[in-house]
Design a protein around this ligand. Structure first.
Ligand SMILES: [Zn+2]
Length: 104
């Protein structure tokens, strides 16, 4: 079976510096995956880590895979989430692959 997530260790809270522990970083989710996982994609909390330090609870911690892809099986659409600094390069690669300039 394809690996659709990887385990991340050593990420630190952006506010207090606490170790965020072992986290599951998703790279690919399908719309027919378990509903709780799909809901995390739809609500925007996938790959989001909350600091567990009792005096902190910082909620701005994100785990950043190079790309995150959500595929809506029924609608046959894909949503790609990536860092803005990587997006231009990735869109260029896509445009080249499709040999088309209709992607803007
Ligand atoms: Zn913290």
């Amino acid at each position: 079976m394809e690996m659709r997530f990887y385990e991340s260790e050593g990420s630190r809270c952006g506010q207090c510096g606490s170790d965020l522990g072992r986290q599951k970083v998703w790279t690919l989710v399908y719309s027919d995956d378990p509903p709780d996982l799909v809901e995390r994609v739809r609500s925007g909390t996938i790959n989001w880590a909350r600091c567990k330090h009792p005096n902190c609870g910082f909620e701005g911690g994100w785990l950043w895979p190079n790309t995150f892809l959500f595929i809506d099986v029924q609608e046959q659409r894909a949503v790609c989430v990536t860092l803005t600094t990587a997006a231009a390069q990735q869109i260029d690669l896509l445009r080249e692959a499709l040999d088309s300039d209709s992607i803007r």
